[in-house]
Design a binder for this molecule. Sequence first.
Ligand code: NAP
Length: 529
Amino acid sequence: MSARCPGETHTESAIDVVVIVVADPDHVVAGDQPPECVIDGWKTCADGLHILILAMLMLLGLHITVAVVHRGVRHDASQDSPAMIDEKLEPIFDDVVRRNAGEVEFHQAVHEVLESLGPVITKHPEYADQKIIQRICEPERQIIFRVPWRGDDGEVHINRGMRVEFNSALGPYKGGLRFHPSVNLGIVKFLGFEQIFKNALTGMPIGGGKGGADFDPKGRSDDEIMKFCQSFMLELYRHLGEQTDVPAGDIGVGEREIGWLFGQYKRITNRYESGVLTGKGTAWGGALVRTEATGYGVVFFVEEMLATRGESLDGRTVIVSGSGNVALHAIEKAQARGATVTACSDSSGFVHDPAGLDLDVLKDVKLHRRARISAYLDEVPSATFAERGNIWDVECHVALPCATQNELIRRDAEALARNGCIAVAEGANMPCTPEAVQVFNSAGIAFGPGKAANAGGVATSALEMQQNASRDSWTFEHTEARLAEIMKNIHQTCFEYADRFDAPGNLVHGANIAGFERVATAMVALGLV
Ligand code: NAP
């Protein structure tokens, strides 16, 4: 089996090779990059020598994935032509690509939304007059800053921090912070852009933003991570506020890091401003269910998708990529609803047990020991571990990608379809490539896009803000019931909008159009700002 570092072109110690061929450099980077290959992070022109090297790598048994960048959007090669956007929107997309050179994940996220918006601009000419789409694609503010810190060995390190405050038409900027070495402006912008529509879909008064740093917490001591968080907040604090910008966690940022960030904010500002960060510990202003919300919400959403087809999760097999916050809680809720979760992963590989994974052991390995997923076998030797294996080759009824962007590509989608999968929901942000989504649609597999399916986390963050503002705290049962209701409403909204815009059952179009309409209506009302 092959291994991959999804969405990234560079993989340390990878045995897999991703080749990106830039098919139309004029569109991609306004001519400042020649046609090229990126071979496992190594950029080169696609000349004869490199083709020879590729051939040798293939002979050595390495798996080669070829992706073509066409009009700024990454596609798996040899696939159907990319989905089209309305010709009225094409110049807008070209402009986004030109103005945000090289930010391929951002281009991909914008393209995916614009694919849905053709009928909307026909119905609402005022959006074109007000240049709403151009404005929505341009962040209101982008902040990039240096984060210096000193390691335990005395060495000085410099990271890059950023916060993209994308759109505040519906409320304060809201979206998580990601600490991962792959973080760059294009990734933060794609996440912030998605967040605008996701937050609108929740029906809560929150705008969209996202942030993070190219800091790798792996292998760092607690003290080093705390020092990094404090240095990061020393700049970020001046841009935050419970009415302005309210971050939460994301990859590499959990309750522990939110605590250190909040402590530093409180120290600098001399204000106990609980509502400035969400995902806090319940002993100091956090909401019950926030930790579980994204994973639980994904499962609630899957139940709604299945119900429209007269199906349920009971007795079904489920596989979940990742083993972080979203994945573990998706596993927990899927098991509670009668499903057998047979596989989950981390970036080192996946564990598989047809009899079902033991969640207590998983939590001990990942949350308490912070170990690699293979340590699961120490406690459950009957399970198997596939080092750098591809989890999507495991048979299942329901697949929940809950790790990272572009982790599920066309051939994975084909494997899932072949193996009898009936539903896929994105716990992570944009984990499925556009071609994978096309395969799901053609195969009649129910598909829940991330901006709808994983909106439970941010919705519960908004509930945390409500509780902070009223100095109140709700019970677990009450908060979970609110979450379930919100996820049901989001599904219903996406379903109805898909129908109304002649794409019955297509929740991608439904989510994009419904989210966009809410934001666009507010932007028109607020004038040219
Ligand atoms: P997390 O707690 O840091 O967990 C991420 C998990 O994904 C880890 O197990 C990580 O493994 C794994 N992973 C990363 N790259 C991988 C790869 N290439 N192959 C397999 N596994 C990989 O992060 P999270 O909060 O669960 O977030 C996961 C996704 O959900 C992200 O896309 C995030 O944006 C999205 N999301 C999160 C929330 C939220 O409330 N947390 C809300 C909405 C959406 P390693 O430990 O080996 O790196």
